[in-house]
Design a protein around this ligand. Sequence first.
Ligand code: NDP
Length: 334
Amino acid sequence: MSTTARQIHLASRPHGWPTLDTFRMVDVALPELTEGQVLVRNTVMSVDPYMRGRMNDVKSYTPPFQLDQPLEGGAVGEVIASRSAERAVGDMVLHGSGWRSHAVLDAAATRVVDTTLAPADAYLGALGMTGLTAYAGLTAVAGFAPGDTVFVSGAAGAVGSLVGQIARLLGAARVIGSAGSAAKVAHLLELGFDAAFDYHDGSVAEQLAAAAPDGIDVYFDNVGGEHLEAAIAVMNRGGRVAMCGAISMYNSTEPPAAPRNLAQAIGKELTLRGFIIGSYQHLAGEYAQRMGAWLAADEIHVDQTTVEGLDNAPEAFLALMRGENTGKMLVSLS
Ligand code: NDP
C-alpha cells in the first residue's frame, strides 16, 4: 500500500521571529513498510516553544531541524497498517513524528496510549511531557517543600498552569503567577493562584514584590530575563530556581540584559538549576499515578487551545510564541 503524507518542512532558518515563510507544506510518497514498522495516521500534534531552538543551526540537547526536512515533535496517531507483532491496526500511539499527516515508524519508536482512560491529547499535555516537566521541575529540580511560596512565570501556559496547581495541591503557602494578559490573570485566580499579574502592566520586579510581601522560596522559570532578575530580587534565603525555559529570549537577536543581580545568589544561598525533562523520565510512573488521581478527583483543571488542521500548524506555533494560547497548544489533524 503506498501512502502520500503531507509534511511541514523547515523552509528557512529564522533570524529573530519565525514567519509563515519559515515553513513549507510538502506532499511526499511514504516508503513501503518493512518488518517491524507501522504506518500511523496522526490525529493530534503538539507545538512547543523548544521547537524554536531547534530551528537554529546550533548544537543543543536536541539536534537542530534540517532544512527541507519535516519538523518533528510529539504526536498521537492511529496505527493504520502494521508489520509489527507488537502493534495492531487500531492502536493509538504516542511518538515523535508530528508535523505530518502520516508517518512510517519503527514500532519501538511508538508507545501505545490508552484512549479509554484519557483522550489522545492528554498524552501530549497533562499526562505527557508537559505535565512531567511541571511536576519534576517543581519537586525534583526546585526541591519544593510544603509551606514554600512559589512563583511561576508563563503561568497560564501548558507547563505553568500545572506548576501552580500542583504546588497548591502539595501544600504551598502561597502561589503567584505572571502571564501576558488581563484575561489570563483572571483565569489564574480562578485556578486557585493566590496572586497573579500581567507582566505588561509595569516592572516585573515591582509587581512581584507587591504580590510576594514575604518573599518567595521557589521560582519556576519559564521566561528568563527580567522575570528571573525579579525573582532573584525577592527570593528568601535558601531559595531555589528551576530553570525550565527562557521564552522571552527565544526570538531575540541580542543577548539578554538581565539578570543583573545574579551575585545576590551568594548571600542568599540560592540554587539555580537548569533541567531538561529527558533526564527526569524516572519520575514518569510516580507522576502518572499522582496526576491520574488528581484528575479523577477533579482537583486539577487542564486548559488547552486547539487549532484545527495540519495546514494551520505553522500559525499555531507562531500563535504559541505570541501567547495566544491558554494551557497546552495542540493541532488537531482528524
Ligand atoms: P506555554 O504553553 O507556556 O506557551 C508559551 C507561552 O509563553 C505563551 O503562551 C506566552 O504566554 C509566553 N510568552 C511568550 N513570549 C513571552 C515573553 N516575551 N515573556 C513572557 N512570556 C512569554 O508553553 P509550554 O508550557 O510548553 O512551555 C513553557 C516553558 O517551558 C517554555 O520556556 C519551554 O521552552 C519550557 N519547557 C522546558 C522543558 C524542559 O525540559 N526544560 C520542557 C517543556 C517546556 P503569555 O501570554 O503569558 O505571554
